[in-house]
Write a protein that binds this ligand. Structure first.
Ligand code: 6PG
Length: 238
């Protein structure tokens, strides 16, 4: 397996292509196993994908479980909440709701919230179970989920979810690289000129996954990983 990169003319066609692939993978999983478990990416990029997905999907969402790849330690109604973004962009458009498992961003103790989410992962996936698709973004510093450059969390091999801090010091919750590696498939979404240089560095530059955590997934040949981007973000890859 390796990295499959798809570069589309613009952000809108990249979002359409991402939804088409998700519908294709979802249909196959539901036909084969009767269930489909995703972890969702936060930030701004996936919002357009979630919105379009909610508008066009034909999947049986009652058989789908939505986890989160990470969350900011804020309440769901806070503008920075990933769950709040997903609720507005995707969930509000689904006629039949999926099972949704938000991380407890509002919890006063992020460490406790991370442990609680590990219990959720155990309940939803089982002790050795794997997420079917981990949707991910990439920051301009090369982070993914809330796994930031130089973070102690990068070396975590036994935990499935941990509390971390963003470079601005704000607390976050994140699935670990070990959990994201265990997923059957990873799908990175990136659009805009602002991601051009980091995509080039991460995909083609020197390997330094502590400095560029997204490399730990995008450059692991043993994993099936997809990168869906627009021409502005992917120009450095062609
Ligand atoms: C988050 C995300 C994070 C995001 C990147 C890119 O909670 O912020 O999980 O990893 O994917 O920071 O964010 P944008 O899509 O906003 O550029």
């Amino acid at each position: 397996m390796s990295l499959e990169t798809a570069i589309h003319a613009d952000a809108e066609s990249a979002a359409e292509a991402a939804v088409d692939r998700l519908e294709e993978w979802g249909r196959a999983a539901l036909e084969e196993r009767g269930r489909w478990v995703l972890s969702l990416a936060g930030g701004r990029t996936p919002e357009a994908v979630y919105r379009r997905w909610g508008e066009v999907t034909t999947l049986a969402w009652r058989d789908i479980a939505l986890l989160y790849g990470d969350e900011r330690c804020v309440p769901p109604h806070h503008p920075d909440s990933n769950h709040g973004m997903v609720a507005g962009a995707l969930l509000a458009r689904l006629a039949v709701p999926p099972r949704v498992y938000p991380m407890a961003g509002e919890h006063a103790d992020p460490e406790r919230a991370a442990r609680d989410y590990e219990a959720v992962l155990e309940e939803v996936l089982g002790p050795d179970g794997a997420i079917d698709i981990a949707l991910l973004g990439i920051g301009t510093d090369g982070h993914t989920a809330s796994l930031f450059p130089g973070s102690p969390a990068l070396g975590e091999s036994s935990r499935r979810c941990v509390a971390t801090r963003a470079p601005d010091g704000r607390p976050r919750l994140t699935l670990t690289l070990a959990e994201l590696r265990r997923a059957r498939r990873r799908v990175f979404l990136a659009v805009g000129e602002g991601k051009r240089e980091i995509l080039r560095r991460v995909v083609l530059g020197d390997a330094d996954p502590v400095r560029y955590p997204a490399q730990a997934l995008l450059r692991d040949e043993t994993l099936e990983t997809h990168l869906i981007c627009d021409r502005e973000a992917g120009a450095g890859l062609q």
